[in-house]
Structures are given as C-alpha cells and as structure tokens.
Design a binder for this molecule. Structure first.
Ligand SMILES: Nc1ncnc2c1ncn2[C@@H]1O[C@H](COP(=O)(O)OP(=O)(O)OP(=O)(O)O)[C@@H](O)[C@H]1O
Ligand SMILES: [Mg+2]
Length: 249
C-alpha cells in the first residue's frame, strides 16, 4: 500500500477580490524530509503557507495532513495537530524576554505544559537547542534580526511540532548567520521534524532541501531536486531572469 503523505495539497486556489494569488497548486510532502518552496516576489508562496496553516481557507481545493482533511481547520487548531509555523514578518511578544516568549509558547498545543515548572523546563531546553540560552533575559524587541528569527523557531519548537513551516527564515542574514541558520534547521529536521521552507537564499535551498517546489504568478511551474529545478529552462527564465545559455556564460 502506498505510504500516506505527511501533507497533501490538492488543486488549491486563492482569490483576493480580483487577484488570483494562487492557482490550482498541488503537491505532496513525505514524512521526514526538508522541502523548499521558491519563486519570485509575489509568486504566492506565503499565501500557500497561509492556506496550509489555517490562516485562511483556500477558495478552491483541499489540504490533507496525514490523510485527514484539514482544509477548513483554523490556525489555533494546528498546534494540536503537531504543526507549527514561523512568519515572514516576525511576531514576538515584544515586551517579554526571550525566555518568557518561549515559556508562553510551551503552553500551547498537543503537548501544552501543565504547569509553570514544566513550561520553564521546556523553554530552557529549547533555548539551549536553538542557541538562545545566553540571551534568555533580553527583551525580544531589543534583539537583532538573526536572533529574532531564531526566536521564531524556538517558539515554534516549544509546541513540539512534527511538521514545521518556515517562511523566509533566513532573509536579512549575512553569510555567516545564514550558515548558522542552515545548521539549526538541519538539526531540527534530524530531531524528527518534517520541514517545508520558503527561501530566497539559494545556497540554503541547495544545501538543505531534497525536494523543491517552484511557484510563479501563483502557479507551480516546476518541482524536483534542487539540481533539477535549477536546470529547468523555464525556471531559469522566469525565476533567475536568464536564459540557459547565459547561465553557462
Ligand atoms: N490578503 C491579501 N489581500 C490581497 N492580495 C494579497 C493578500 N495577500 C497576498 N496578496 C497578493 O497575492 C500575491 C502573492 O503574495 P504572496 O505574499 O503570497 O507572495 P510571496 O511569494 O510570498 O512573495 P514574497 O517573496 O515577496 O514574500 C501578491 O500579488 C500579493 O500582493
Ligand atoms: Mg512571502
């Protein structure tokens, strides 16, 4: 019998008044891996994440998680399904310390902490894991972009997800910080979390992802290994803005 995919997206479309942001997109993700989603600005990547994560439902189409139809589930139900996400625009509780941010997340979801001691212990573990332990008493609003991105991941991990969605978690990072983020994402995956990530930084996509999905003007235009999609003439033309001959020049 064929294995049920972790996530299956069937022909999803999202229309905002006159604009079709996502058109008839389908893909599936098997358990355990890291899949990348790439495409130019405005391609519909975040909109696709928002539909999958219950921020709003698709106008058309269906979404299944481990075989269960979750198309109409709301965002607050997701941590109970062991799904977590980060946002492109970071959303920390600004006036709380890093530690308190992660403690707050520890109370949510299927493994929600039962008391303050458990929440604090969970948060301390997650802060060690994500490399934020030394900064645990800093107010989240006083941290720079790399640490805020790390905090987004720490908050997601505090809900003990099986699947994690990362929306441009490396945007604004320098090369050294990007390497550190790649290392952390790999470590999260190796701890058993299936990951779907949106990323513009190709170095990260190539180094992390076994599978890549390419969106353009709301449509899926390619999918395959990083090597396959990077060598796809249409992807090169619309995404990288060059013809295949130019790429070898
Ligand atoms: N809530 C909304 N209402 C109206 N239009 C929207 C809404 N959200 C997104 N759009 C539009 O849908 C299209 C896809 O946007 P989306 O944010 O999904 O792109 P993206 O691939 O994530 O781009 P980026 O790489 O810039 O983050 C864009 O034209 C955007 O302006
Ligand atoms: Mg986006």
């Amino acid at each position: 019998m064929a294995e049920v995919p972790m996530l299956e997206v069937q022909n999803i479309t999202k229309r905002f008044k006159g604009l079709t942001a996502v058109k008839n997109v389908s893909f599936s993700i098997k358990q355990g891996g890291i899949t990348g989603m790439i495409g130019p600005n405005g391609a519909g990547k975040s909109t696709t994440f928002n539909m999958i994560c219950g921020y709003y439902p698709p106008t058309e189409g269906k979404i299944f998680y481990k075989g269960e139809d979750i198309t109409e589930k709301k965002a607050f139900e997701y941590t109970n399904m062991k799904i977590a996400r980060t946002f492109q625009i970071m959303k920390p509780l600004k006036n709380l310390s890093v530690l308190d941010n992660v403690i707050a997340s520890s109370y949510f979801g299927h493994a929600g902490a039962k008391n303050a001691k458990e929440a604090r212990e969970r948060a301390m573990d997650v802060l060690q894991f994500t490399g934020l332990f030394e900064k645990r008493h800093v107010l989240s609003k006083d941290m720079g972009t790399p640490d805020q991105k790390r905090l987004e991941m720490a908050r997601a991990l505090a809900t003990k997800p099986e699947m994690l969605f990362l929306d441009e978690n490396m945007a604004g990072l320098n090369p050294a910080e990007t390497e550190e983020a790649i290392h952390l994402i790999r470590k999260i995956n190796e701890s058993g979390v299936t990951i779907l990530l949106i990323e513009h930084i190709m170095q990260a996509v190539v180094s992390l992802c076994e599978e890549v999905i390419v969106l353009h003007h709301g449509e899926k235009i390619a999918e395959g290994t990083p090597e396959q999609v990077m060598n796809d003439p249409y992807v090169m033309e619309v995404y990288l803005g060059m013809k295949k001959e130019d790429a070898h020049a």
